[in-house]
Write a protein that binds this ligand. Sequence first.
Ligand SMILES: Nc1ncnc2c1ncn2[C@@H]1O[C@H](COP(=O)(O)OP(=O)(O)OP(=O)(O)O)[C@@H](O)[C@H]1O
Ligand SMILES: [Mg+2]
Length: 451
Amino acid sequence: MDLGPRSLISHPQDSQDCCPPPTHRDYLPQMQGREKEKAVGDLKQALPCVAEAPAVHVEVHQRGGSTAKREDIKLNVRKLLNRHNIVFGDYTWTEFDEPFLTRNVQSVSIVDTELKIKDPQPIDLSACTIVFHIFQLNEDGPSSENLEEETENIIAANHWVLPSAEFHGLWDSLVYDVQVKSHVSRCAFSQNAFSLIQMGPPGTGKTSLCKALAQKLTIRLSSRYRYGQLIEINSHSLFSKWFSESGKLVTKMFQKIQDLIDDKDALVFVLIDEVESLTAARNACRAGAEPSDAIRVVNAVLTQIDQIKRHSNVVILTTSNITEKIDVAFVDRADIKQYIGPPSAAAIFKIYLSCLEELMKCQIIYPRQQLLTLRELEMIGFIENNVSKLSLLLSDISRKSEGLSGRVLRKLPFLAHALYVQAPTVTIEGFLQALSLAVDKQFEERQKLSA
Ligand SMILES: Nc1ncnc2c1ncn2[C@@H]1O[C@H](COP(=O)(O)OP(=O)(O)OP(=O)(O)O)[C@@H](O)[C@H]1O
Ligand SMILES: [Mg+2]
């Protein structure tokens, strides 16, 4: 792992292994000796990118069995990029002419350009600083952290080693209005240790975004941390099983987390999902409906969070459903507070477009037809012609789907197929009609439920 100070001046086409990780402002004064020197080095490294050539991040997914050296991979990817000097926004290569790349690399992706600029723009790679992030995926699924008590085995947390195959592509699959991902990632990339709370209605992708962010940060900071550890604490199990044991089990679980934190090669993400279930317990307790154990457990969690937050290799991720009362104790502890609402019509259009793409790939929608993006529709002034007709219909369906959550939207195309197509394959026209009916049905059902 390269931990030495890096060059202060970056020339176009100069590469670094990872995104410059600037130092945490609050953390810097407490650092000593070499640690401080290193942090200052990181900070220096972070500065030129702002003033000089814009950085373009290239994520290189190295094949599982490949043992190729990073330097060789970088060299070959650079040759590939040199052949494609201009790109439009994010772009992924999965097929290569070069045998070396075919043998060792699964994909090469230019990423996150759309976080800075809303619409894809031509990017002249020769005028940019290319920042390489080479990673291999961990194919193992999650392991569960059990806390064995005398009578039962409590599954307290799930644990992944990152970057994990399970979360591959998750970041890209989440569609928000530009600010959500750019806000979260900008804050995250510019700090070492931080805590984040995602708040919003059910099904808006809060949990998914936390996991995707953990994966993204692990890849981005891979020259600094060899791998990531994601521990997802099961708030419901805290709620249902641990109260009788008071804070003892909480302490035991956080001791296991502390062991992971002690390995300074690891960036440790602690995800506490649905904190409102803890809050609800505490509030019920205040009203005298629960034993005082509830308060002790929640307070133990808060105390433990405060303790592990002090370490520079820890990121605390929390989510909360706003349909319940939000606990200010958790919100106040977060450095970054992010509200996520239901997707806008533009985001819905993109979500549907990606679902249609999947259905065309597996030939459920056949024959394949190219749809225009919303940007392309805008460029032709939304004028209807043979090329734009179907895309305009999709845009209408997206507009009338506003208010539905990301979870429902992702399911709707498959529901539409099951309910209204009832044939192995369908044309895109037929499918869009079915989708439109499925959206109407969704709102009808909602109305019935609220009546
Ligand atoms: N904006 C979005 N773009 C794409 N997919 C989305 C979006 N929002 C949600 N989804 C999809 O919906 C599903 C549910 O998301 P997730 O569980 O992360 O939501 P949540 O906000 O945590 O929900 P809950 O409040 O019920 O826990 C996931 O498969 C996710 O990919
Ligand atoms: Mg969730």
